[in-house]
Design a protein around this ligand. Structure first.
Ligand code: ATP
Length: 589
């Protein structure tokens, strides 16, 4: 949505040098193909230049001298050159396109590899559609840059240089006229090119907005339709599309103007040259063959300049795309593995020691203040409190999605930020408030945290989570496809699959955030019995609004405004805490 500022692109455009260095680094990994491409490029350019000499030979020795033998010889020479050029061009095209595809695939992977490990806060600031457009659209721009533009630029620069040398050798006077034209061509290219570049970047950003807008509306399609917002959504989308079109239109207008300017300047110069050169041939200073060869080289130079103008603006466009990709690849995660992770074997003892925290997006609003508690291995701790008190935030901190601003969190006596993220997360399993399922089968969803689990283990976990019976009642059973984000299942069914998924990983610390809120009391009792059977094998932290579900917890923390208001067992709290009594009465009523 356009109202959300784009952080991805907030940074001012990077200096071109690091961009070129990165590009070179990426290409440098494929030295063999690069060498083939370079050799083919040099050869075909050299051969093209030789063609001019073939033409001179054909005109002077064959046509003007009226010698059929020489004409034949010249033509066979030209034909041989053409065949060699065909082979060279084949190699060049293949190698260069291969490099384009390879580098964009490498970049796509690097960007995704870095993204998937970034701190979750990053994804709150940057919309998923926008990030995906970086990985797909920007890498495609790059593929065309390396796969054609760079090669075209190099080829045309070579031709221009070679053509100019040959022109000088043929007629320095005429060359002078061309040389005067060149700066007149290059100056407007540079100025207009810069404008095209900035518009290109804007154009890419607008496109990303369009993608994000569509993704959100489609993901929330039922909300959009139920609230009768189809027409307004269409208008909003249309505005995004039109604003993207408008920037694109301005970009192509600049670019068209750039191309038109180049054509006029180049052909103006050529006409001047033909006028002067034609007079030289008439007065006998130049031979007809030399004049033909000169025109051929001049055309090469002119076409080279024209193509360069076009390619330069494309290179600039891709420069923007590459800058953004490099930004993505080099982003450091705020949550990272420590340099030397501690040696660790989890038992499930958890300690919060004076923990305070505010979300990075609202640094001045403390969500947790001086929170301390202790859970022994195998114990169950319940967190209760009004909505927004900070209970789910406690779970986020345990999983190290954020760092506390003060205080320490320890798992089995080790600070969690001195454990590697995989050590920490292997010890924990979570059932979130809104369980997320992937568009795969039920079995695959349960296996998500332990892909190598056997069918038996999957069935057992489902049984403990009270899911086995309903899964078997579905015609395809465990192979049933759950739809995107699990839309084909009910809320309670999704919750039970999420519980099965968590139990299957055999965690030492199980975090249940309103995990049974959508279940009927029968299914809920079934899960509670299963959890009691597992007591001792894992510690359990439960957030619940229905207090009847946590009455048996070893310890209950009553949290309000991010602080512990009271702590104790159910019976103790009923007498000691007014807030607990209120919450209890509300949840019972
Ligand atoms: N990503 C976030 N960025 C900024 N603020 C957040 C974020 N997530 C939660 N908050 C804020 O932090 C506070 C605590 O939220 P939290 O989800 O921990 O509450 P809770 O006690 O679990 O509530 P509930 O019982 O409704 O689930 C709330 O005021 C919420 O608005």
């Amino acid at each position: 949505m356009s109202s959300v500022p784009s952080r991805l692109t907030a940074r001012v455009s990077a200096h071109p040098m690091p961009v070129m260095r990165t590009l070179w680094g990426l290409l440098g990994r494929h030295k063999k193909v690069l060498a083939i491409a370079a050799a083919a490029l040099l050869t075909t350019s050299g051969l093209t230049l030789l063609l001019g000499q073939g033409i001179r030979w054909m005109v002077d020795e064959g046509l003007v001298a009226a010698d059929v033998g020489q004409l034949k010889l010249a033509l066979s020479g030209l034909m041989t050159l053409a065949v060699l050029m065909a082979v060279g061009t084949y190699l060049r095209f293949y190698a260069v396109s291969w490099l384009g595809e390879r580098v964009s695939a490498d970049l796509r992977r690097q960007a995704f590899d870095n993204l998937i490990g970034l701190h979750p806060h990053y994804f709150e600031r940057n919309l998923s559609g926008e990030i995906m457009s970086r990985i797909t659209a920007d890498t495609t721009v790059l593929q065309s840059l390396i796969g054609s533009s760079v090669s075209m630029a190099l080829r045309n620069s070579l031709m221009m240089t070679g053509g100019l040398v040959m022109m000088l050798a043929t007629s320095p006077r005429l060359t002078l006229i061309i040389l005067i034209t060149v700066p007149a061509v290059l100056a407007p290219i540079m100025i207009l090119g810069r404008r095209v570049r900035s518009l290109s970047r804007q154009s890419q950003d607008r496109l990303a907005d369009v993608g994000q807008n569509a993704i959100e509306s489609i993901q929330e399609i039922k909300t959009v339709q139920a609230f009768n917002q189809v027409a307004r959504t269409k208008v909003r989308f249309a505005n995004e599309v039109e604003s993207a079109f408008d920037v694109a239109r301005r970009r192509i207008a600049q670019r068209s103007f750039l191309i038109a300017t180049v054509i006029i300047l180049v052909f103006g110069g050529l006409s001047l040259m033909l006028w002067v050169g034609g007079q030289d041939v008439i007065s006998g200073v130049l031979s007809a063959g030399e004049m033909s060869a000169f025109v051929f080289y001049a055309l090469l130079v002119a076409m080279g300049a024209g193509t360069l103008a076009e390619v330069i603006s494309e290179v600039q466009r891709a420069g923007g795309a590459l800058e953004r990709l490099i930004e993505l690849i080099n982003l450091d995660s705020l949550i990272d593995d420590p340099a030397g992770p501690a040696h660790f074997s989890a038992a499930g003892q958890l300690t919060f020691d004076g923990v305070s925290f505010a979300y990075p997006s609202r640094p001045d609003e403390p969500v947790l203040t001086d929170l301390s508690f202790h859970v022994q291995p195998g114990q169950t701790l319940a967190l209760v409190g009004p909505s927004g008190a900070g209970k789910s935030t406690v779970f986020e901190l345990i999983q190290r999605f954020h760092e506390p601003s003060h205080g320490h969190i320890q798992l089995d006596g080790v600070a969690i930020n001195s454990l590697s993220l995989s050590q920490l997360r292997a010890a924990i399993a979570v059932v979130p408030q809104q369980p997320s399922l992937f568009s795969a089968s039920i079995a695959d969803n349960i296996r998500f945290g332990r892909p190598d689990a056997s069918d038996r283990e999957v069935y057992d976990a489902a049984e403990q989570a009270g899911a086995d019976a309903f899964i078997r009642a579905i015609p395809e059973g465990y192979d049933a496809f759950v739809g995107e984000r699990g839309v084909r299942l009910s809320g309670g069914q999704r919750q039970r699959i999420a519980i099965a998924r968590a139990l299957l990983t055999q965690p030492k610390l199980l975090l249940l955030d309103e995990a049974t809120s959508a279940l009927d009391s029968n299914s809920e009792r079934h899960i509670q019995r299963a959890l009691r059977r597992l007591k001792g094998q894992m510690s359990c932290l439960i957030i619940a609004h229905r207090l009847s579900t946590i009455e048996h917890a070893d310890q209950i923390l009553v949290i309000q405004h991010g602080r512990v208001q009271a702590a104790g067992t159910h019976t103790a709290l009923l007498t000691s805490s007014e807030l607990y009594r209120q919450l209890h009465a509300q949840s019972a009523g």
